[in-house]
Every structure is written in structure tokens, then in C-alpha cells.
Design a protein around this ligand. Structure first.
Ligand code: PDD
Length: 285
């Protein structure tokens, strides 16, 4: 039976119970992180911690823990070689349902679990993803990694119904991001365009390392929004996330991107990204 973490204890998954009065359950008053694990090592843990602490700060949730040790213990206890660690923090339990927050000293609910998943040997890397675009109807603080994921979930179901892999969301024709990935294109002139960091997108951890790799490959980088039309005209397109890493996109709203095959520069970025994170995790974890 898997071992999970709940409020200071490591217990079996079936023994981990939280209250129906938890604000995470009632109001999605909670933030989370998904950290990839490759070769039994946590990838980019320090950046995930920095983003978690920022999310907590933006929502004034008082929570601190040795995030790194919790994640590492779950990897060890569950003998996880490849997959993810999921970590969630809610504002805690409030017996009387109320929109207003409880006292700041209310104990947060912290839990985490590890799940095995093939990240590197993902068949999508060879065939590339097909995506459709849809309006971005999420709230205006997408920079905070909250558990309000219903719109993203609705969009994944639309993608499934349309027979494609995912959705890129757009505000007024400007692509923001994928349902659970950051979105990027490489233009016909070889410029990598990635949405600037603002409240419309999640500041992806994978995006940071990807941009470093792209810079090392001497690609010109523009951090700005791009339109749906620009994306369709692009030479290459791809997404980044802790679960997909760097993943090519080959079709947008039925239009082939480039020649309809995973882009060569995207492939190189993925390869270099993997090499870099594996090198870094072997020295920092
Ligand atoms: N999602 N944008 C959104 C909306 C996301 O949910 C995610 C990650 C990203 C990529 O961020 P990162 O590179 O730090 O994983 C961008 C995770 C994987 C999830 O919800 O499962």
C-alpha cells in the first residue's frame, strides 16, 4: 500500500482522511505543486518550493514545512523511480462554513503523495500533440497555483470529445497557456515566443529551464503573448510542464504546424532539458 503524507505523519493512502469542513474541500482554498521524479530524483525542487511559498503568500495561507524532506521521503518510501510527487496545502478546517477566512493561526492541511508515471518514454514525444483552442474563461489570477481546476478539467474533456490531446486557451485571440502546461511557438524566422509572466499564466518551473536551454541553443526569445493565427503559422509549437516536460505540438485547430511532425528544435530542447535536469538533480538532491 502506498505511503502518503498528511499533517506531519506518513500513513497508508487509505488511512489518510481529511475533514469535510476543510476549506480546500469547500472553497478550493488551497494551493498545490506537482514535482516530477526522474531516476528516483526530484526535479527542480527548489523552484517548486519557491513557487509554492509565493502561492501561499499571495493567499495569506500560513503554512511552513520541510517541503523537500516530505517529497524526498515519499519518493523513498514508495520506491518511486519515475513519476510525480503531488503536494497540497489548504487554509485548514473551519467548522462553520463561512466565506471569510478563519483566524490566521488556523492549522493548514498539508498532504502529499507520490505516483508512478512514465515521463520520458511518453509516446506523445514521437507523434506530437494535437490541440484545439478555446476561450480562457478562468479567473484573472492564473499566476497562483490553486486547486480551482474545474475549467481546465472541462477543457480536457472538450479535447477528448474532439479527438485531440489538449486545449490551448486564449483571451481575445491571444493564447495564454494550455490546460495544464505553458504554451510556446517557434516562428518561421526561428524566434521562440513564450507568454510573458503575468497574472494570465502560471509561472511554469519547466518553462524556466526550457528558456535556459533555448538560450544556450542561441535561439532568439521573445516573452510576449502570441495570437492563435501566429501559432497556426509557426514553424514549431510545444508545451512545457512537470508531467509532459517539453512536448511537441503538431496540430492546432486542425492546421498542421510546420510539416505536421514534431519540430527538430523542439526535439533538441527536450533532449537538452532532460540532460540538464538529470545533471542538476544528481548534485542538489
Ligand atoms: N500543471 N500552466 C498550468 C495552468 C499548469 O497547471 C501547469 C502545471 C503549468 C506548467 O507548470 P510546471 O512547468 O511548473 O509544471 C502551466 C501541473 C503539472 C498539474 O496541474 O498537473
Amino acid at each position: 500500500m502506498e505511503t502518503v503524507y498528511l499533517n506531519g505523519e506518513y500513513v497508508s493512502g487509505s488511512a489518510a482522511k481529511i475533514s469535510v469542513f476543510d476549506r480546500g474541500v469547500l472553497f478550493s482554498d488551497a494551493v498545490y505543486e506537482v514535482i516530477s521524479v526522474i531516476d528516483g530524483r526530484l526535479i527542480d525542487m527548489q523552484r517548486h518550493i519557491a513557487r509554492l511559498e509565493r502561492s501561499l503568500g499571495e493567499l495569506s495561507i500560513n503554512a511552513s514545512a520541510d517541503w523537500s524532506t516530505i517529497a524526498q521521503n515519499l519518493v523513498t518510501e514508495n520506491d518511486l523511480q519515475e513519476g510525480v510527487v503531488y503536494l497540497q496545502v489548504s487554509r485548514g478546517v473551519m467548522e462553520e462554513r463561512d466565506y471569510r477566512w478563519p483566524a490566521p493561526d488556523t492549522a493548514p492541511t498539508i498532504f502529499a503523495f507520490a505516483q508512478s508515471r512514465a515521463l520520458i518514454a511518453n509516446p506523445l514525444a514521437d507523434r506530437g500533440m494535437k490541440i484545439i483552442t478555446r476561450p480562457d474563461l478562468r479567473w484573472q489570477r492564473c499566476d497562483i497555483k490553486t486547486t480551482q481546476l474545474l475549467y481546465a478539467s472541462l477543457m480536457k474533456m472538450e479535447a477528448m470529445a474532439a479527438g485531440v490531446d489538449d486545449v490551448w486557451m486564449a483571451r481575445d485571440d491571444w493564447i495564454t497557456e494550455g490546460t495544464s502546461q505553458n504554451a510556446h511557438i517557434i516562428t518561421q524566422d526561428g524566434v521562440l515566443i513564450s507568454h510573458q509572466l503575468d497574472r494570465r499564466i502560471l509561472p511554469g518551473v519547466t518553462r524556466i529551464e526550457m528558456l535556459d536551454q533555448a538560450k544556450a541553443m542561441e535561439l532568439t526569445i521573445e516573452e510576449r503573448a502570441f495570437s492563435i493565427d501566429e501559432a497556426k503559422q509557426a514553424a514549431e509549437a510545444f508545451v512545457t510542464s512537470s508531467t509532459l516536460l517539453v512536448m511537441p505540438v503538431v496540430e492546432i485547430d486542425g492546421h498542421k504546424v510546420g510539416d505536421g511532425q514534431p519540430g527538430t528544435r523542439t526535439g533538441k530542447i527536450r533532449q537538452n532539458y532532460l540532460a540538464a535536469v538529470q545533471r542538476a538533480s544528481s548534485t542538489t538532491n
